[in-house]
Every structure is written in C-alpha cells, then in structure tokens.
Design a protein around this ligand. Structure first.
Ligand SMILES: Cc1cc2nc3c(=O)[nH]c(=O)nc-3n(C[C@H](O)[C@H](O)[C@H](O)COP(=O)(O)OP(=O)(O)OC[C@H]3O[C@@H](n4cnc5c(N)ncnc54)[C@H](O)[C@@H]3O)c2cc1C
Length: 347
C-alpha cells in the first residue's frame, strides 16, 4: 500500500510530539479528496510503540525505520531516508510539524527531492487535486493561499492549528519496516549529550500560556537590595514579577512566555520568547501581563483562541486584540487572580 499523504512523526527520546498527531489529523482532513489514507513515517531506535500510536491516531500505514543510526535525530540519515522512500514511492505530500527538527528536515528533504516547502501552514484544502495551503504573512495580518507545484509537496504545519484526532486503541494498519540508508561511518554529526533548558512546559504545545513583558520589572514599591547595580536591581525586580507569572502558570498548568524586551533585558531566557523572532504559539488561552502588544509580539500569538491582557495603560495596543482586558497594575492583579483560580480549581 502506498498512500499519497505522508506524515513525519517527530519524536524525542522515544516520545512523539503532540504536533505529530495533529499532522495525522491534518492528513486525514484531506485524505477524502486526495484518496487513500495516511502513512506515518516513524524513525528512531526502539520506536515500534510510536508506530502503534500512529495507528491509534488514524494512520493506516507506518513506514518504520528502527535502527541504531537513527537513535538520535540527525538531519543527514533522516533526510537520506526520506529522500530514498519518497523517490521510490512518490507520495503527493509530506507533512511535517513546524518544530525545529521538522523545519530542518522539511527543508533538507525538499532540496534532495527538488521540491519546495510551504512553511508554518494553518489550514489545508484540496482544489483540483492539488493542495492549497493557508499561511499567515505580514506578522499574521494577512493570510496567503499558497501552492507547491513540485512533487512531493512538502508542508510544515503550525503547532495547534490542526486538531489532534481522538486516539482509538483498537485501530491498526500495515506496518512496513524499512532500512536506514546511511551507515554510521557516513554520518558526520555525532550526538554526545543534551542539556535541558528550564523552560518547563513546551511553549508551542501548550494549551495555556502566561506571558510577562517589561512591565514585570515595574514595581516601585519593591525595594531591591542596595548592593546591586541599577541594572541588577531591575533584573531582581523582574524576577519578583516573573515569580507571580510563574505562580499563575503553575496553577493553570501553563507554559511561561515572554516579550523580547523581557528577554533582551535578561529577565528570562530566549527559549521563552514569543513573537516574530521567538516562538509562534496558538494556545487556547494566552494571558499577557505587562506586555504592550508591539506588532512583533502579536506576530507570535495573535492566533491564540482567547487572549487576556493585563496592563496599566488603557491605550496599550494589546487591548485591541484581547477579548478580556484588565487595566491595572499586574502586581495588584496577579496574586488575587492566582489565588482565586487555585481555589476554583481546588488545588
Ligand atoms: C526585528 C524585530 C523583531 C522583534 N521580535 C520580537 C519578538 O519576537 N517578540 C517580542 O515580544 N518583541 C519583538 N520585538 C520587539 C518589539 O518591537 C517590542 O519592543 C517588544 O515586544 C516590547 O516588549 P514589552 O511589551 O514587554 O515592552 P514595552 O513595550 O516596554 O511594554 C511594557 C508594557 O508594560 C506595561 N506595564 C508597565 N508596568 C506595568 C505594571 N506594573 N503592570 C501592568 N502593566 C505594566 C506598560 O504599560 C507597557 O504597555 C522585535 C522588534 C524588532 C525590531
């Protein structure tokens, strides 16, 4: 069996990312018009369990490459394998999640297959047998309809833009084992170790995000230790502000985001940055506190389903996008809000 729609399952240390299952959902949404089902590409070592999960989420075929050379994601062996399989079996489309690995692999596969890549797509439809994809452009102010005329069409999907199918543990399909293409000696990159960031819940997969901006350092009532420099005092105050953001995020099981101003000032690491030069997120709920709503920040979060803004300035641009706005000092608002939610959620 060869389906026309292939979905790359991005996994790290034997755990598939939720956006991979959203990819199967996206594939199934166009499978009716393109014909056939969805083939999942599962690469790694000891990943047969992920292949079974792919069946549960709706794939009817899995191409499984289980090999020591694929134990850690590396672009060379992964790209070589995708290029070989796609050349032999000629799928119409290969869908990747817009993760760091997914983006790299999509780009490199497109080079090898002499195709193009449609990136960060938020909707798919089929017109005259060809996929037409929707892509936010100009910081999300316009939606472009784009097509890739070469085959296979290579598309990366924005996280949380497509619904994850309900898993059905009774579903199964055809498991086809395939061999790795490159031997270890042919692979230049070696992975020695990983260091974990302190980002906590992944921003791009989070259903709820609580973000802080430059405003988190603005509490004149907080007396910073006198032996710190002025700059260090600002960071110290920001840490007190971000502690409130973290508390609220903890109660909601949310990820913590930040504006670039907060990152540039050293309040919080870059991995937490949301926006044009940070992460693009699409949670169910986005709470922006002490963030003005510059266009570059909005570019990263404007597709959030529900936006709540807390800002001292009633004219802050973030209020134009927010469904609910609270005009006030975040230092006054966050603690009782967190307490109220803690009580409501019975924690
Ligand atoms: C090429 C380029 C790329 C960029 N990429 C990004 C990006 O990816 N992400 C991003 O965020 N920005 C990005 N920026 C920067 C962007 O233009 C803004 O400078 C930045 O978003 C501002 O961050 P902010 O809202 O935290 O700070 P500010 O604009 O300084 O706003 C702080 C807000 O906090 C409010 N405030 C202050 N004190 C309190 C308080 N106690 N309680 C409540 N509210 C308070 C203020 O009223 C104000 O609205 C980019 C800029 C450029 C040029």
């Amino acid at each position: 069996m060869t389906n026309k729609i292939w979905v790359y399952i991005d996994q790290f240390k034997g755990q598939a990312l939720p956006s991979s299952w959203e990819g199967i959902g996206a594939g199934l949404s166009i499978a009716g018009e393109l014909g056939g089902g969805v083939t999942a590409l599962v690469f790694g070592e000891g990943v047969e369990g992920i292949a079974q999960e792919a069946f549960h989420y709706g794939a009817n075929e899995v191409l499984l490459a289980d090999d020591a050379t694929l134990a850690e994601y590396r672009s060379e062996p992964y790209t070589a394998l995708i290029a070989k399989l796609a050349t032999e079996q000629a799928p119409e489309v290969i869908l990747f999640p817009t993760t760091t690995r997914g983006r790299e692999l999509a780009g490199m596969s497109a080079v090898d297959l002499e195709s193009g890549v449609l990136v960060d797509i938020t909707a798919l439809e089929v017109q005259d047998g060809t996929i037409v994809a929707t892509r936010p452009v100009y910081a999300g102010k316009l939606l472009a309809k784009v097509q890739c005329s070469a085959k296979p069409q290579i598309i990366t999907l924005r996280g949380r833009a497509f619904a994850k199918p309900e898993a059905d543990e009774s579903s199964s399909g055809t498991l086809t084992k395939v061999d790795a293409v490159l031997a270890e000696g042919d692979i230049a990159v070696k992975v020695f170790d990983y260091t974990t960031s302190e980002a906590g819940v992944s921003l791009t997969d989070a259903a709820v995000i609580v973000s802080g901006g430059r405003g988190v350092s603005n509490n004149p009532n907080l007396e910073a230790p006198g032996d710190l420099s002025e700059e260090e005092q600002e960071v110290w105050r920001a840490q007190q502000g971000f502690a409130l953001v973290n508390d609220l995020a903890g109660v909601l099981g949310a990820a913590v985001g930040a504006s670039r101003a907060a990152v540039d000032a050293g309040y919080i690491p870059y991995v937490n940055q949301v926006g044009q030069t940070g992460k693009v997120v699409s949670p169910d709920l986005y709470i922006a506190s002490g963030i003005s709503g510059a266009i570059q920040h909005l570019a990263g979060m404007r597709t959030s389903k529900l936006i709540v803004a807390i800002n001292k300035d009633a004219d802050a641009p973030i209020f134009k996008l927010a469904r609910f706005g609270v005009v006030g000092d975040l230092f006054d608002i966050l603690p009782p809000l967190t307490d109220a939610l803690r009580n409501r959620l019975d924690q």
